[in-house]
Write a protein that binds this ligand. Structure first.
Ligand code: NDP
Length: 343
């Protein structure tokens, strides 16, 4: 069975990608920043049928020139690469050092390493983002599909902290397509551009590690932990997709011939924090008492039809075969995973 390198195996989305690759019989090598992190990932997959198909390599600083060279060179007969590593935080000390360089250099470093040292690789799948597509300044908000590009520049991403993350994703995906055009490598590229991702916590987290829950699930954890009992946080970003669908899209992006050279917008729909709270309250009395008793006093605080951006996720459904999970199922599974971790 084919061998896949998944960068950033400790990540929330990467962890779900690894689960699905192993379930399908792939051999998986992942990169992590330390042995402790590598062992945590291996511990999840210790059953006899999978443990010999998973291993890790250490890549300490993805932003450094040649960061992936040694890891890629040391993997024999590599067929595919899925690059997920990138900082997902919304506040950094130094936007260049802490966000833009790991995102952009990390992406070009993996592509350079594959071109130089892994001629057997047929396809690289890049985990990009809806952040690389959307242009929040455009009025009225458009109907987004894969043809959209966030026009942000490096300078704007450095100067405006609210746009640094978006810049890291737009600039790293652009760097990847530029690499394909300029370097003409023998492998194909596919980009996956998910909206905000919710879903069960990464499987390598253990009881007591709720502080390691990934950034985009944090709002749900806050609700479960009673931090919004008196006041709902504003929804802010109001479109989402489930992590299992995102993981499956990566697997299909390796397998579906027509996916080559394309980007795929993954988006299941809109949500508001009020709707999420309603779903959590319906799960059990024990959870309901941690949330506002009278939800009627809170508005659904997302723009109405005509005022919000539209989306077209046809390509993900028709080319990758994604059948999007509902908000209800996704939130329930997410909450159950937090309860198991001790929330
Ligand atoms: P996580 O924070 O869970 O995972 C990020 C991964 O990147 C971890 O493996 C982390 O390693 C690694 N990483 C972060 N910064 C660095 C760095 N400076 N050097 C080396 N490794 C680093 O994030 P997600 O799983 O949520 O996101 C993964 C990818 O998906 C990112 O590219 C993100 O932009 C993209 N994405 C995420 C969305 C979401 O809603 N979650 C939506 C759309 C796209 P370590 O564990 O050691 O810190």
């Amino acid at each position: 069975m084919a061998k896949v390198l998944v960068t950033g195996g400790t990540g929330f989305i990467a962890a779900h990608i690894i689960v699905q690759l192993l379930e399908r019989g792939y051999h998986v090598v992942t990169t992590v920043r330390s042995d402790d992190k590598g062992r945590a990932v291996l511990n999840v997959h210790n059953s006899t049928d999978v443990k010999d198909r998973l291993s890790y390599k250490i890549v300490k600083d993805v932003a450094q020139p040649g960061a992936y060279d040694e890891a890629v060179r040391s993997i024999a007969n590599l067929d595919f690469v899925i690059h997920t590593t990138s900082p997902v935080v919304f506040s950094v000390e130094d936007p260049v050092r802490d966000m833009l360089e790991p995102a952009v250099n990390g992406t070009t470093n993996i592509l350079k390493a594959v071109k130089a040292y892994a001629p057997s690789v047929k396809r690289v799948v890049l985990l990009s983002s809806y952040a690389a597509m959307r242009d929040d300044d455009r009025k009225p908000p458009p109907v987004y599909d894969e043809s959209w590009w966030n026009p942000i520049t490096w300078e704007e991403a450095v100067q405006n902290p609210k746009k640094t993350y978006q810049g890291s994703k737009a600039l790293s995906e652009r760097a990847a397509w530029d690499f394909m055009r300029d370097e003409n490598p023998s492998f194909e590229l596919v980009a996956i551009n998910p909206s905000r991702v919710f879903g069960p916590a990464a499987p390598h987290l253990i009881t007591g590690e709720l502080d390691k829950v990934n950034t985009t699930n944090m709002v749900i954890l806050d609700m479960v932990q009673g931090k919004m009992k008196d006041k709902l946080e504003p929804t802010g970003f109001y479109s989402w997709v489930g992590v299992r669908d995102v993981a499956l899209a990566h697997v299909r992006a390796l397998e579906v011939p027509e996916a080559a050279g394309r980007r795929f917008f993954l988006i299941a729909g809109y949500h508001s924090n009020k709707e999420i709270v309603e779903i959590i309250k319906s799960m059990s009395h024990e959870l309901a008492v941690r949330l506002p008793a009278d939800l009627d006093k809170f508005e659904v605080d997302i723009p109405g039809p005509g005022e919000r951006y539209g989306f077209d996720n046809k390509q993900s459904r028709e080319v990758l075969g994604i059948e999007y999970a509902s908000l209800q199922t996704t939130i329930k599974e997410t909450v159950e995973s937090f309860v198991k971790l001790g929330a």
